[in-house]
Design a protein around this ligand. Sequence first.
Ligand SMILES: [Ca+2]
Ligand SMILES: [Ca+2]
Length: 382
Amino acid sequence: MKLKKALAFLLMTALLASSLVGVISASAEATADLDVWDGTAATAYAGGSGSADAPFLIATPEQLALLVNTSGADTLGKYYRLTADMYLNDISDPDWQNKSPRNWCAPEKDNFFRGSFDGNGHAVRGLYYNGAKQDAALFAGYRGTAVVIKNLVIADASLKTTGNYAAAFAGQAFNTSTATFENCYVADTVSVESANYAAGFVGGGTCNGISFQNCASFADVKTTGASNNRYGSFVGGLTYNSGTGDARKLTYNNCIGNIVYTNYAQYPTYTASYCGEDGTADSNGSNKTYPEAVDLAEIKGENAFEQMPALTGYYLTEQYPAIKAIGVLSGDVNGDRTFDFADFAALRELLLGTSKLGLIDVNGDDSDDIRDLVNLNQRYAG
Ligand SMILES: [Ca+2]
Ligand SMILES: [Ca+2]
């Protein structure tokens, strides 16, 4: 049986080899034709009615700009889904941040998001801001009691403000809001800096119910102002609301952060979660606990699962672990957020058992076999 499987695999590899040249050139073409944000906002989405069954479809960066500039009240109870990776600047030049990139449109407090956002496994890349405004982030903030953000990657981003509140996702959490982040990944190509309150996910706001499930943040985060300890991989710093129990609770399940989750004011619980540094004491020290700290270098590569044994739903990469739910959607076997020959080679090594790095179950059927190789080839071909 095993021999048959191996023979089938080798046959399939040989069969597919002839199509690889086409794959590589298609990938290079796609890079040259990036749909980069033109600085405007669209007037309509690509489709959908905003219901749970028919979410508004966001296919271009201009449609994403439409959403973040929409009044928060108009997003209440509405559903949104990405149908493509979003390029807010042209990141094809590694030095893109020094080539006069475009500041992301200035979202305002009236536009605090109140709906559900499904990244659908796609990445937002090239998010950039350098200036003095408050809320330097993809979304100014969110408010409401049932905000959901899922299946989203943010990579290749730089957010820098001399004002307060900066984060890859949301500047602020509005008073008494509750939100769930699920399968969201902030890559180590993201940097965030503000005077006070800077983070991978939520810069600051009011201590409220935030649930992080299967989320990771490896952003480079720092603050430069008077409250310079209010930063974190997930949340920068939260003040207290008047609620009790879950209304003011932060919950982390199956999460990884490269630094402390936050250094300031939260009522957290952690399950199967890890961070790269211990926290430091502050004025609200009695309210804090931290997830298990792991040496940052040990979070990367083949050692990662030995150091973080309780994690599920991730797979090993040469760098930080990647989230399976996002990789399955994108076909990104080696977790580097691009599709190319390297993914094919990584899957082949995984199936042959010569490597532990990468995602085997590409088609998401909970079985690791030749069908994953076929599925990957179909993605490239299609
Ligand atoms: Ca890849
Ligand atoms: Ca499979």
